[in-house]
Structures are given as structure tokens and as C-alpha cells.
Ligand binder design. Structure first.
Ligand code: FAD
Length: 429
């Protein structure tokens, strides 16, 4: 990775303006935007590559709008993807056309599904074109460095030993188990979620299946994210029950999938080892305070999102855009510790409410699903009252749901100051 802006001394110390812990959607997008604005940035990512277990494949219309704004549409379209203009759910065997993205006003009227590592690689490759961007893989942040009550950088474990990065601002974008957040001792509010999710891939059924987000019945809830060659599936289970599921055996697990989604009965036979099934401990949490002098938390490090509506990546990206928009004028101007801290507080002011609103909706969905496991949500065939609700209420809700899911609350656009050519921006330090 390029590192021309970094002043690497023999003691393995590096000086930059902004140090970002974590090369996920929040960290890479922030690195790209700041470096485009001509601000030196070092991103430290603990893994050697972006290729990891399933962490979400969804690129929502709000992020697609940003891809357009960045001029990356052509490169984005070269990556294999599936476009979902609508989301259906099957409830007790009744198909409900719940969300219609084609009702959105913008040019992007679908969710794109692509592996997260492809999206990250696209953004990182674009960022690497800037001399202001320095991405270090295999660099695990282990602690923050402080001076006079202010965070002044981080310590990272690398293949060459401990690396100290001194920075005017440290950004924690290291995910929901954030090391930086723990080092900052920022208290986290955790909201109880009664479910966990088991993730696995299934072959597509021989008989073509309409794109369906999930199958919900009194027997369970299976999420089905269509990919070109397979279905990325999630089966909701009661929190903490994975070990007992494993004790019951794979056959019982396959039957459970088939009861919840009968059309997946045959392909569920493809699950032959527990290694094919990954457990996601679902978590919803949020920090009361996102920043301290010299440091800011964004993305999952500030607010772990549930996978409901698959909005975690997009919220992380929106945080990154808000952070870059608010920090760029500060770093380009008469920068002082006080002005940096005022900007980081402004990031929380801007992003906290949209995040809290979405988390509230996610928690209501979890509560409804928790109750729904034992009751019939919708009769099959629907009762006359249910038919009226389906005919009258769903069409009203459909465009609203498309906006809430597709854009989230308070979608961000990249400020023109960032989009100005970096050659017009101040020279690197
Ligand atoms: C199984 C699963 C399925 C999901 N499905 C979806 C979905 O379909 N759609 C969706 O939008 N969201 C989904 N999410 C949520 C989504 O993945 C997150 O909300 C989103 O990735 C948050 O982005 P982030 O950049 O804040 O954090 P992360 O994506 O967690 O990125 C953090 C990065 O920091 C790195 N890191 C961690 N610790 C350190 C350290 N100490 N030093 C250096 N680097 C470090 C990690 O390796 C990682 O690359 C899912 C999550 C999981 C776990």
C-alpha cells in the first residue's frame, strides 16, 4: 500500500493528521474522502485482506448515490452483483410485496447485493490513487496514546513490531468489539435482543424462486438473500440457543429450515457440517458519547446495528460521510484541538438521532418476531380483515418502507469541498 505521506522513523513511529482504526465500510470510506480532500490519513486494518466471513452484502440506494457522486459507477458496475428493485416476504405461505425501491426519487432504485470485500476493495483502490492515503493491513490497534488528557494517536501491532501512529485525530472505525472504544472507556448502552442468527449458504432451488427477503411463520424465520449462484440464508434462533441446536443435530436443523421455508427443504440437505453454519450474536448498542478530546467513534464502534433491513453497512458509510464533511473545513482551515473536538461533537449531533430511530425500528421488529414465533401472524388463506389490510395498508406503507430502508434517516451527500480536486487542497504535511 502507498505510504508516501507518512514520516516513518526508525523507532516505528508514524505521523499523520487522521488515524483511522479499522478498514471496514466506515474506515475505508472515511479514508477515501479525507484523502480526496487532501488530508493525510492512515488506516490501520488488523486483517491481511478484506476477504472474511459473511458480514453483509447489501449496498443500499443511499450508498449507491455516494458511489455515483464519487464517480465510481463504472467500476462498481464491473463487479458482479444482483439488483433487487423490490423486497418480498412470505408470511405463513402468503407472499407480501413489502418494499418497492422503484418508487424512490433518485437514480438508484434498487438494493445492490455484492460481497462486502468487493465494495471495500473498490473504495480502497480508489483511495490508494491519492498520495494522502496510507492503508496498512496486518496492523492491529492495541491501545491509544494520550498526552495531557488528549488522545494523540494509537499503538498498533504489526509484522515488524509495535507501530506508534501520532495523529491530530484518531477515529475508531474498528467495529462492534472496538478496541479503541474500550481504551477510551466510553460507556456503551446495550439494548436486549432476544435472537441470534445462524448464517449459511444454500444452493438455489431447482425450481426458480422469486427474489424473497425472508420466510416467516410460526415455525421460524429464514432470511434468504439472493446471490447469483446461491442463497445467503439466516435462520433466527433464540439468543444463546446455538449450543443446544448443535446437540439436537444437523438433521433437526435442516428440518427446522424446511418447516419455516418449505421450498428450501431439498437444498437444505446441502448442509452437511456445522462448519458451514456461522453464528452471529445479534447486538444493538449505542454510545452516549461518541468522542473524547482527540478521538471519535463511528460506525459499529459507536452503534452496533442489528441485521434487520441490512442497514449496518450503509449507516457506517453515512457516518463516514458526515465525519469527512464536518472535518474537511477544519483541517483545511486554522486547525486547533478545540476546532477538531467541536467537529467530532457535531458528528454525534448529526448522526445520533438517525441511528437511534433506526435502532428503535429494529428493536420493534425483534420484539414482533419474538412474539410471532408462537402466534399466527397471518392466516393462510388470509381472513377478510387481513385481506383488506394487505390490499389497503401495504400499498401505503410500501413507498415509506422503501425510503426508510433504502435511504435510512438523514442520508448524507458528500460536500462539494471534498469533491474539489485534491491539487487545489493544501499540500501534505
Ligand atoms: C454476520 C453479519 C451479517 C450482517 N449483515 C448485514 C447486511 O446484510 N447488511 C448490512 O448493511 N449490514 C450487515 N451487518 C452489519 C454490518 O456488517 C456492520 O454494521 C458494518 O460492517 C459496520 O461497518 P464498520 O466499518 O463500522 O465496522 P466493521 O465492518 O465491523 O469493520 C471494522 C473493521 O475494523 C477491523 N478491526 C477490528 N478491530 C481492529 C483493531 N483493533 N485494529 C485494526 N483493525 C481492526 C476489522 O477487521 C474490520 O475490518 C452484518 C453483520 C454481521 C456480523
Amino acid at each position: 500500500m502507498n505510504q508516501p505521506n507518512a514520516d516513518l522513523t526508525p523507532g516505528a513511529a508514524l505521523k499523520t493528521r487522521v488515524c483511522i482504526a479499522g478498514g471496514g465500510p466506515a474506515g475505508i470510506m472515511l479514508g477515501l474522502l479525507l484523502s480526496r480532500a487532501g488530508i493525510d490519513v492512515v488506516v490501520l486494518e488488523k486483517h491481511a485482506d478484506f476477504f472474511r466471513d459473511f458480514r453483509g452484502d447489501t449496498v443500499h440506494p443511499s450508498t449507491l448515490n455516494l458511489i455515483d457522486q464519487l464517480g465510481l459507477r463504472e467500476a462498481f458496475d464491473r463487479i458482479e452483483q444482483t439488483l433487487l428493485p423490490r423486497l418480498d416476504a412470505v408470511v405463513n405461505g402468503v407472499r407480501i410485496h413489502a418494499i418497492e425501491f422503484s418508487s424512490l426519487p433518485g437514480p438508484n432504485r434498487a438494493i445492490a447485493l455484492m460481497p462486502q470485500w468487493d465494495l471495500l476493495k473498490l473504495l480502497a483502490d480508489e483511495a490508494a490513487r491519492s498520495p494522502h492515503f496510507d492503508l496498512r493491513m496486518n496492523a492491529e490497534v492495541v491501545d491509544v496514546v494520550r498526552s495531557d488528557g488528549r488522545v494523540t494517536g494509537v499503538l498498533a501491532r504489526t509484522a515488524d513490531g509495535l507501530l506508534q501512529v501520532d495523529a491530530e485525530l484518531t477515529v475508531a472505525a474498528d467495529g462492534r468489539d472496538s478496541t479503541v472504544r474500550k481504551a477510551l472507556k466510553l460507556p456503551e448502552r446495550t439494548f436486549g435482543v432476544p435472537v441470534d442468527v445462524t448464517w449459511f449458504r444454500l444452493d438455489r432451488p431447482a425450481e426458480p424462486l422469486p427474489d424473497t427477503l425472508g420466510y416467516l411463520s410460526s415455525s421460524g424465520f429464514v432470511i434468504t438473500i439472493p446471490r447469483p449462484d446461491y442463497l445467503q440464508c439466516g435462520l433466527l434462533i433464540a439468543k444463546g440457543s446455538f449450543a443446544s441446536l448443535q446437540n439436537d443435530g444437523l438433521e433437526a436443523f435442516r428440518e427446522r429450515i424446511a418447516r419455516a421455508a418449505p421450498r428450501l427443504k431439498d437444498v437444505a440437505q446441502g448442509l452437511r457440517e456445522w462448519d458451514q453454519i456461522k453464528l452471529l450474536s445479534v447486538q444493538i448498542s449505542r454510545l452516549d458519547t461518541w468522542s473524547v478530546p482527540g478521538a471519535l467513534c463511528i460506525g459499529d464502534a459507536a452503534h452496533a446495528m442489528s441485521p434487520v433491513f441490512g442497514v449496518g453497512i450503509n449507516y457506517a458509510v453515512q457516518d463516514a460521510v458526515a465525519t469527512a464533511n464536518l472535518l474537511t473545513p477544519v483541517f483545511r482551515g486554522d486547525v486547533s484541538p478545540a476546532s477538531i473536538d467541536a467537529a467530532t461533537r457535531a458528528v454525534q449531533q448529526r448522526r445520533e438521532r438517525p441511528t437511534a430511530l433506526m435502532q428503535r425500528i429494529q428493536r420493534s421488529v425483534h420484539r414482533a418476531l419474538g412474539k410471532g414465533a408462537g402466534v399466527r401472524l397471518l392466516h393462510n388463506p388470509p381472513t377478510p380483515v387481513e385481506r383488506t389490510v394487505l390490499r389497503v395498508v401495504i400499498p401505503i406503507i410500501r413507498p415509506i418502507a422503501a425510503r426508510v430502508v433504502g435511504y435510512g434517516f438523514r442520508p448524507e451527500t458528500i460536500s462539494p469541498a471534498i469533491m474539489t480536486d485534491a491539487r487545489e487542497a493544501p499540500a501534505p504535511n
